[in-house]
Design a protein around this ligand. Sequence first.
Ligand code: PEP
Ligand code: MG
Length: 325
Amino acid sequence: AQERYADIRHLPATSLCGRTTALTMNAGLMADLPSLEGSGAEGVGLFRTELQFLANRSVPRRGDLARLYGRVMDAANGRPVVFRTLDIGSDKVLPYMKRPEEPNPALGWRAIRVGLDKKGIMRMQLQALIRAAAKRPLHVMFPFVAQFDEFREARAYVFQEIERERALGRDLPESVKVGAMLETPSLAFAPDRFFEETDFVSIGGNDLKQFFFAADRENERVRRRYDTLNVSYIALIEMIIGRCRDAGTSVSFCGEDAGRPIEAMCLAALGLDGLSMRPASIGPVKHLLRRVDLGEVRDVMEAARADGAQTVRPAVNDYLGRALS
Ligand code: PEP
Ligand code: MG
């Protein structure tokens, strides 16, 4: 499939209106990295770090993680890689970590909540990331932040660990950016200060959507009930983008919807700086983005909303039928 889009692989996702959307890929294994070249991704917008923990019989060793993260950065060959800290709990359970039975794991002790309660593991992972990034840029992102304090506390550990490395006389990252995943509706309503203090925001649409509509992302019966292009959800995304823009903070989207061309186009039209998706989606998404005017898409979405539509999808499909014919 990537062959089909080979002619645009090295071109930017610039739409007819002149706006360019950065397209990056999601990854989680060393084996994913060769896709960077083939897909034309500008970097890794989401590196999920769970697999190395899930595949092990005990907590992985810091040295092993540091080597792996270093190899991932080597393979990215200067392109940015955004490492998401351990996102366990809910559907991803570590066999070697004692945890209470939870009636609602998706709403339970997961991701940054575990990290802040089990600081040893989080600090160890941050140390591994900092070592791997010696003399090069480091991008760290914390998952499932529900309130500002959680982000502040987690970010403080990054800088404490950097100071520790400095005291040990080790090489430090050339630059450090610390961001938050926005995947709970509460964070969209955080104080302005949060949006100013975070270096970037990445919208985790898989979780954000399930919590916004109260519809389990794993439950086939309700999963598809609410359209991503539902006007209420679009209003939420638009608000998040506006808050990031007011704070001068870049904002991207890394849930599965970023890899669906029509959804990706509408998300881009709302003003996202970037979209991160599975590598095979980069070609099709770029192909569509390069053929439309995002200002027009935005107008079509606005008109449908003003009309009282529940979803902008039919209007957008009509528009595409006209625009691409
Ligand atoms: C998300 O929630 O959109 C996301 C990218 O994280 P994950 O799918 O790993 O929960
Ligand atoms: Mg998530």
